[in-house]
Design a protein around this ligand. Structure first.
Ligand SMILES: NC(=O)c1ccc[n+]([C@@H]2O[C@H](COP(=O)([O-])OP(=O)(O)OC[C@H]3O[C@@H](n4cnc5c(N)ncnc54)[C@H](O)[C@@H]3O)[C@@H](O)[C@H]2O)c1
Ligand SMILES: O=P(O)(O)OC[C@H](O)CO
Length: 326
């Protein structure tokens, strides 16, 4: 199966490395930046987004989306807010799309799979998601992901093509569940970073992970996700990873907010994406539309909009007491 990767950021590059299988398979990586294309092709590195990892020489990079025309599967790894624009210019046809971005589209409130279906209605869809820091995957450290696809045959072919000794895929038929975990955990990771930045302690972080997971579950079930998917790698697994480490861009953004810095300043000159900052407002809106209570998500939005940390925390803690299982 010839694999093309759409998006030459850290995650697209790491997945290209996985698909190259140590150099035994050719992989075509589309990147937006000339610097990425040049460094991958000439030096087998991604100097801009994943500088620390030497890449397989069988990864070739291009800036032309048209070059992806004869691929047999495309991994979609552009940031969620750009998937529509990039896919619209890609010759997809009926090539399977494996969606690897984590987010909800602003304005439409659509998951990435729903966007892909609008743009490329003939393409079979799969979702690859889980606790996956790109630099660890690219370096060959053991990692496990959810690979969701309704078509069992395609799911098996993708798993056989992408899985390796240090990259385990766990199959699922629940695309929506696999997507919602990754999208919502990015917002909750910002909240966990705030807890760290404001020095609120480890009890608070554990409480936030548990209550954040309750929010993810409420939202996910309302959108048709299966509860088991949300407790799996792409939901709880990824939430635990990103809520525990400054390697997470979302957690780091929250850390700065917790220290009293303004979101605009923290976002101003970063070239990497903190998806949670873009998903947070649309998640709050989608939850409000559906009558789903998501207080942590609301608090993250308040902080992103400049509310003082102390006030936001005080508001969260002074809400009326409730039953845990409500
Ligand atoms: N980095 C990780 O560890 C990781 C792991 C799993 C999933 N993801 C997800 O993968 C997706 C991509 O993240 P990343 O970490 O590879 O990105 P990154 O932060 O490393 O790089 C930013 C990316 O955004 C792209 N970009 C910026 N503006 C764009 C535009 N206008 N149109 C198209 N692309 C544009 C850049 O070309 C680059 O590929 C995100 O949804 C992220 O949540 C990342
Ligand atoms: O750095 P983050 O916060 O975008 O997290 C990266 C991955 O999504 C972790 O699974």
């Amino acid at each position: 199966m010839r694999i093309g990767v759409i998006g030459g950021g850290a995650w697209g590059t790491a997945l290209a490395q996985v698909a190259a299988r140590g150099g035994s398979e050719e992989v075509l990586l589309w990147a937006r930046e000339a610097q990425v294309v040049e460094s991958v092709n000439l030096r087998h590195r991604n100097d801009l987004f994943l500088p620390q990892v030497p890449l397989s020489p069988s990864i070739r990079a291009t800036r032309e989306l048209g070059d992806l025309a004869d691929m047999q599967a495309l991994l979609v790894v552009a940031p969620a807010q750009h998937v529509r624009a990039v896919l619209s210019e890609t010759p997809v046809g009926d090539t399977p799309l494996v969606l690897c971005a984590k987010g909800i589209e602003a304005g439409t409130k659509l998951l990435v799979g729903e966007v892909a279906h609008q743009v490329a209605p003939r393409a079979p869809l799969a979702v690859l998601s889980g606790p996956t820091f790109a630099h660890e995957v690219a370096a060959g450290k053991p990692t496990a992901v959810t690979l969701a696809c309704e078509d069992e045959g395609l799911r098996t072919r993708l798993a056989e093509r992408l899985a390796g000794p240090a990259f385990r895929t766990y199959g699922s038929g629940d695309l929506v569940g696999a997507e919602i975990g990754g999208a919502v955990k990015n917002v909750l990771a910002i909240a966990c970073g705030v807890v760290e930045g404001a020095g609120l302690g480890l009890n608070a972080r554990a409480a936030l992970i548990a209550r954040g997971f309750a929010e993810m579950t409420r939202f996910g079930l309302a959108r048709g996700a299966q509860a088991e998917t949300l407790t799996g790698l792409s939901g709880l697994g990824d939430l635990v990873l990103t809520c525990s480490s400054t390697n997470s861009r979302n957690f780091s953004l929250g850390l700065g907010l917790g220290q009293g810095k303004q979101a605009a300043a923290l976002m101003a000159d970063r070239k990497t994406v903190a998806e949670g900052a873009f998903t947070a407002p649309v998640l709050r809106e989608a939850a409000r539309d559906a009558g789903i209570d998501m207080p942590v998500t609301r608090a993250v939005n308040d902080l992103l909009e400049g509310a003082p940390v102390a006030r936001v925390i005080e508001e969260l803690l002074s809400r009326p007491l409730r039953e845990e299982l409500q």
